[in-house]
Ligand binder design. Sequence first.
Ligand code: GLA
Ligand code: GLA
Length: 663
Amino acid sequence: MQTHRWLRTPEGAAPRISYGADYNPDQWSREVWDDDVRLMKKAGVDVVSVAIFSWAKLQPAPGVWDFAWLDEVIDLMHANGIGVDLATATASPPPWLTMAHPEVLPVTAEGHVLSQGARQHWRPTSPVFREYALTVVEKLAERYGSHPGVVAWHVNNELGCHNAYDYSDDAAAAFRAWLADRYGDIAGLNHAWGTAFWSQAYGSFDEVLPPRLAASFPNPTQQLDFARFSSDALIDYLVAEREVLNRITPDVPVTTNFMITGGTRHADYAAMAKEIDFVSNDHYVTADRDELAFSAAITSGVAGHRPWFLMEHSTSAVNWQPVNRPKRAGELIRDSLTHVAHGADAVCFFQWRQSSAGAEKYHSAMVPHAGEDTRVYRDVVELGRILQGLGDVVGSDRDPAQVAILFDWQSWWGSELDSHPTELLEYRREALEWWTALANLGIRADVVPTDADLAGYRMVVAPVLYSVPEALADTLRAYATAGGHLVTTYFSGAVNEHDHAYLGGYPGAFRDLLGIRVEEFRPLFAGETVPLSIGTNGSLWSEPIDVVAGDVEVLATYEHEELGAAVTRRPAGTGSAAYVSTRLGLDGLAAILPELLSGAGVTSELPEALRSSVELVVRAGANGRVRFFINRTDDAVDLGGVATDFLYGSATLPPRGVAIARG
Ligand code: GLA
Ligand code: GLA
C-alpha cells in the first residue's frame, strides 16, 4: 500500500470500530427504509455499503439516469449518522447493455459465452465494458464525491468473483500485450514457456492464445502466466476505476472487497492491496474455525498489519454451500471479534435486510425474514454494543508474532498446476495446517507475502514454496544465515519464475542451504501413509533424501525400507534451515514443532493449560497492547490470572466465546 487512508469521519468523532452491512434499499419500498434506520440505530450501525448492484436502477437505459432514490438514501443515512461506503455500481451490467453489446460477455475455456441474468457477466479486459462502466463511476463521483455522508468508495464488488478467467478475444489481445511487456520479444516468451516442447514455438505474439480447451495439458507456463495476467487484469480494472475517483474526489479513500476466504485463489491480493487506500475483505466460514483466523491473518499480512475493513461476512447461514446451516450460539459474535483481533477496524455483513426475492433470499442477514424479534437480530444488537466498547483498539496494528508463515499466490497457482507428481496437493491446506499446529501449541503466527520484511521473525515457515525465483532463494538464505530459522517442505524451491525445474536434484533452490539432495519425489496415494520415527504417520508425499552435508541433523526418519531421513535441520550462519519431506499432519507437527520452535527460541505466550484451547491475538497502538483470547473449543475455558483488565468479557470464556483485555 502506498499510504493507509481510512474512512472519512466527521471532525472530532470518537474513534470506533465501524459496524454495518451491504445495504440494498433499492430492493424495498420507501416505507421500509425508515424501519431500516430505526433498526440500524438500535444496533449501533454507522456504515453501510450502498449501490453495489444498482447499475440498472441508476441507468435504466442508455443515456437515462435516475439518481433521485440514491440522493434520498444517502441523505437519509447521513441525517442519521450512518456513513455511506458508496459502491461504483459496476459489478452487474444491466440487460440493455449486454443485449446491445454481447461482446462484453465473458467466454469460458471451452468457448461458451456466459449469459446475462446472474451477475458479473463482463470481461475485465473489454474496452466497451470499461467505457460504459467508467461513465457510471464518473457520474457517481461527480454527484456524490463532496457529500459529507460518503466515507469511502467501494470499487465494483469482489473483483473476479465469477469472471476472473475470461478466454475471449479481448482477453487474448490483452494477454498478448501483457506478455509482450513481460518478455520484450517472442524469443523471451519461447524460452520462458519452454516451447521447444511439443512443437509449441511461436513466430510472433499474434499467434499466442489464452490456454483455451486443448487436446492435452496446456503449456504450464502459459497457464501460470494466464493466471498472473488474469489477476493483473482485475488490478488494471481496479486502477481504471480508482483513477476516475481520485481525479474527481481526491479526498475520498478508495477500497475494494477482497475474497481471502476458503479456496478462492484468482487474485494476488498482496499485489492488489498496493493499489487501494485500505484493504477490505469478505470472509465466509466453511468447515473449519481456524480457516477464519488464518484468512484474517492473511488479510492482515497483505494490509501490512495496518487496520482493514471486514466488508462482508454472514450473521448465520449462507445460500451457496451444498448444505447451509445457521451459525451456532456465540459464533456470530466470536467470528466478528476474531476478525477484529486480526486487525479489522470495521465489521460488516452481507447484508442488512434479508432479501425476499432473488438468488440470495435464503442467505442470512442482520435483519432476518423473521424480523427483529429473533436470535440473529438480538446478537446483532449485542455485537454493536460490544464494538462500541472497543474504541481503544481502533487504529492499532496487529502486533508482530515471533513466527511467520509465507503465503504466496505464485506458489499456490504453480503447485496446483496439472501434470504434476500428485493432484492431491492443496497449497492452502498445507499452510493452514501449519497455522493450526502452531495455534495448538499456543504460538501466534503472522501470515505474510514473500516481499514482507522477515528480519524480525525468529522462525519463518514456507510450506510448499513451490515457485522460487533466485532472488527469493537469496532472500531466504540471507534470512537464515543472519540468525533466522527457516522451515520449508516438500515441493518447495522446485521451479523458478518460469516454472522451469532447478536441475541437480530437489529441492532445487534450497538444496545447498539445506545440505540435502532428493532424486525422485514419491507421492503417496489417497489414504496411504508411511510411519515415522516420531510415532506418527506421514501422508500425501514422501521422498528418499540423500543427506549431503556433514552438519545436517536428522530430526525424524521414515520407517520404510526405501526411505531414510524425513525431517532435517542444518545450521546456516547464525540461524538454521529445516526441511520436512512429508505431510506430517497435526499430530506429526505437534511432535516435531517443539524441537523446531525451541531451536528458534520461540516461546508460547500462553500458559500450558490454555495452549490448544485458546487463540491469542494481539493488537498494539497508541493506547497500548490489547490481547484477544478466543475460545477455540465448545467448552468453557478459564483464563486464570492471564489477564485482568478486560475491555470485553471476563476470565471465564464461554463456549466459542472471546475476552479482550488490555496489557
Ligand atoms: C459475496 C458477494 C455478496 C453476496 C455474498 C453472499 O460476498 O459480494 O454480494 O453474494 O457473497 O455470501
Ligand atoms: C505418450 C507419448 C509421449 C509422452 C508419453 C508420456 O507415450 O507418445 O510423447 O507423452 O506418453 O507418458
